[in-house]
Design a protein around this ligand. Sequence first.
Ligand SMILES: C[C@@](CO)(OP(=O)(O)O)[C@H](O)COP(=O)(O)OP(=O)(O)OC[C@H]1O[C@@H](n2ccc(N)nc2=O)[C@H](O)[C@@H]1O
Ligand SMILES: Nc1ncnc2c1ncn2[C@@H]1O[C@H](COP(=O)(O)OP(=O)(O)O)[C@@H](O)[C@H]1O
Length: 321
Amino acid sequence: MVLAVVPPPVTVRVPAKVNLHLAVGDVRPDGYHDLVTVFQALSLVDEVTVAVADEPGVEVHGEGADQVPTGASNLAWRAVQLLATHVGKDPDDPKVRVVIRKAIPVAGGMAGGSADAAATLVGLSALWRLEISRDELAELAGKLGADVPFALYGATALGTGRGERIVPVLGRHQFHWVLAFDRRGLSTPDVFDELDRLRAEGDPPRVGQVETVLEGLSSGDPRQLALLLGNDLQAAAVSLRPNLRRTLRAGVDAGALAGIVSGSGPTTAFLCEDGDAAVRVAAELAGAGVCRTVRVAHGPVPGARVITTEEPKPTPPEVHA
Ligand SMILES: C[C@@](CO)(OP(=O)(O)O)[C@H](O)COP(=O)(O)OP(=O)(O)OC[C@H]1O[C@@H](n2ccc(N)nc2=O)[C@H](O)[C@@H]1O
Ligand SMILES: Nc1ncnc2c1ncn2[C@@H]1O[C@H](COP(=O)(O)OP(=O)(O)O)[C@@H](O)[C@H]1O
C-alpha cells in the first residue's frame, strides 16, 4: 500500500514598500530608467497561499481585488510559470492554485503586484521543496519586474540598476508611517513618461545624495530622516494627480514630520514622530476628506516569508497491487 501525500498549502506574508529616496536617471534605450533608491518594507502586507490543485489559476480577494487580472497577466501567475520553467516543470500545467489576500493598494506605488510575485516564488519553493537560495530566487524575481527582488529581502535596502540590484541597509531603528490611499491607481509607465515630459520642458526638482538619507536612517531620528525624504517621481505623480498636493499638505497639517509620494504614487506616505503620533495623524487625515483610506504602518519589516505550513494531510490511501 502506498500513501500519495499531497503537500499542504503554503502561506506567505509579504510587505509593501515605500521609497525613502528615489533618484531617477535619464531614460535608457530599453525604456527603463536607472534608479538609485532606498526601499523600506512596511507592515502593510498581502498574504499569498499556494496549493497543489487540479484546477490551476489565481484568485484575488481584498483591497482592490476587482482591479487585478486573474489570468496569465497576473504577476503572481507569471511567477508560477517562470519558476516552473526554471525547475523543469510544465509551465502550462503547473497544477498550482494561488490565492492572494490583498491589503496593499493596487497600482498604488507600493509594489503590491511585485510583492505577490515574490511571495509566490517563496511559497512555491516551499511547496515544491526546492533547494533554491534567496539570491537565485532574486535573479528570477528581477525578470518579473524591477521591484520584485526587494520584496524577497524586505527590511531596508539600497536599490540600483532598474531598482532590482539590492544591497541591505543595516539598522535597528523602527519608523512610523501613515499611508493615504488615493481613490484610483496610477500606471507606473505613465508616471515615468510624465517625468520625461516634465524634464524635456523644464527642470523639475531632483533629490539630493543618497548618502545623507543613509546617515539619517542610521541616526534613528525620524526628525532628521524627515528632512531627507525625496522622490524624483513626485513632481510627475502630482502633475498627473494634482489632488495629491492637497493630501500632502493635509498630512503635514495633521502633525506628520514629512509627507512623500510613494514610488510612482498615488499613495502618499507620512513619516511620524512615533507610533502614537501616527495614530493621531491617521485619525485627523481620515477626517480631512482628502483620500479614500488611511492606514498606519511601521517599518522596516522582513521580506516574503512562510507563515504557515500545516502538517501533510495524506489523501485516502491508494492501493497499488
Ligand atoms: C516606480 C517604482 C519605484 O520603486 O515602484 P512603483 O511605484 O511602481 O511601486 C519601481 O521602479 C517600479 O518597479 P516595477 O513596478 O517592478 O516596474 P516594472 O514592472 O519592471 O516596469 C514597469 C514600467 O515602469 C517603467 N520603469 C520601471 C522601472 C525603472 N527603473 N524604470 C522605468 O522606466 C518602465 O516604463 C517599465 O516598463
Ligand atoms: N498580483 C497583482 N496584484 C496587483 N496588481 C497586479 C497583480 N498582477 C498584475 N497586476 C497589475 O499590475 C499593475 C500594477 O500594480 P501594483 O504592483 O499594485 O502597483 P505599483 O506598480 O504602482 O506598485 C496593476 O494595474 C495591476 O492590474
